[in-house]
Design a protein around this ligand. Structure first.
Ligand code: NAD
Length: 317
């Protein structure tokens, strides 16, 4: 049986699949050539991350497909229900990347409160006086400890974010459409742990109370954060979006930054990918990463092996 991992797969995943007798092709085929390639090579399993789209037309033109696998969580690039209606299994790896995304949130947060997004761009090549004046610009950082982190979307990633936040002494508040409360187990490397119960609150309360806000909701038909939501936030708030472009209205975000409402933003996901809007790219108060929340060695290993195990169990080889 043949697998095309069009957006790549970890070595560990390939090894598990190869041992089970699968042939794994890791060529990256352009979207418009994909149907031809799948038919020519009689591909049984198509694996993608976020780059390749698997829409109805592709599904209709590839009768050999038995499984569509998404390395990661969000399946908005796949017509899931349609594929299932054609008896194609659609699988993903919801747990594998949560910790990596949560840590990236803190990379943006720690960088945000000490202006790293800006100082990295402005360090002088020479000149003592420039160095001194920059030092003044970046002298008013704040600590995260003791501040309130508002988490919108208290699922897998939101809770992993909460664990880190509690571990560094932040106060955590959260909202969720469906989760009423969650027990967060903060574990330490010496085997000790503490349990913290968090009751969720309405999103408007989170917006009003939080010093920093991070979003962990799936893509939805409307913005979760737009002009009205920004107006409720504290002045000088920091905001992170490592969920999906489209959950924050980027025009409203840029306006909120220009008015001083938002002090900094950390974005890993954008309304337009792979080419974000110019006003986002050019904004000096934003810390930007190119959708790499799940792109750690550990997460990619877990994603690859979890996909492999699921494929083997479905196709029972
Ligand atoms: P999850 O399903 O475990 O949690 C999402 C939570 O959001 C759910 O509990 C749901 O009830 C809640 N929710 C939905 N709409 C809401 C709303 N309007 N207000 C409040 N809560 C709402 O998902 P997860 O695994 O935690 O992933 C969260 C997001 O992170 C997804 O959008 C996913 O695509 C994204 N993600 C990004 C990366 C990256 O590379 N940056 C990697 C993995 C996942």
């Amino acid at each position: 049986m043949k697998i095309l991992a069009n957006d790549g797969i970890s070595k560990s995943g390939i090894e598990v699949l190869a041992q089970a007798g699968f042939e794994v092709l890791t060529t990256t085929v352009a979207q418009e050539q994909l149907a031809n390639y799948i038919n020519k090579h009689n591909i049984d399993v198509l694996l993608v991350r976020s780059a390749t789209s698997v829409r109805k037309e592709l599904i209709d033109s590839c009768p050999s497909l038995k499984i569509i696998g998404r390395g990661g969580v969000g399946m908005d690039n796949i017509d899931v229900e349609y594929a299932r209606s054609k008896d194609i299994h659609v699988i993903n790896t919801p747990e594998a990347s949560s910790q990596s995304v949560a840590e990236l949130v803190f990379a943006h947060l720690f960088g945000g409160v000490r202006f790293l997004y800006d100082s990295n761009r402005n360090m002088p090549l020479d000149g003592d006086s420039q160095f001194k004046s920059l030092k003044k610009n970046y002298a008013k950082g704040v600590e995260l400890r003791g501040k309130t982190l508002g988490i919108i979307g208290f699922g897998r990633i939101g809770r992993d974010v909460a664990k880190i936040a509690l571990g560094i002494g932040m106060k955590v508040i959260a909202s969720d459409k469906f989760v009423g409360k969650a027990d967060i187990k903060v574990e330490f490397y010496n085997g000790q742990f503490i349990n913290v119960e968090i009751l969720t609150e309405p999103t408007d309360e989170i917006l009003k109370k939080a010093d920093f806000i991070t979003l962990h909701v799936p893509l939805q038909s409307e913005y979760v954060i737009s002009e009205k939501e920004f107006s409720l936030m504290k002045d000088g708030v920091g905001i992170i979006n490592a969920a999906r472009g489209g959950v924050i209205d980027e025009v409203a975000l840029v306006n909120a930054m220009e008015s001083g409402k938002v002090a900094f933003a950390g974005l890993d996901t954008f309304e337009q990918e792979p080419t974000p809007a110019i006003q986002v790219l050019m904004n000096g108060q934003m810390s930007l990463t190119p959708h790499i929340g799940a792109a750690t060695n550990e997460a990619q290993d877990r994603i690859g092996t979890e996909l492999a195990v699921q494929i083997i169990s479905i196709l029972k080889v």
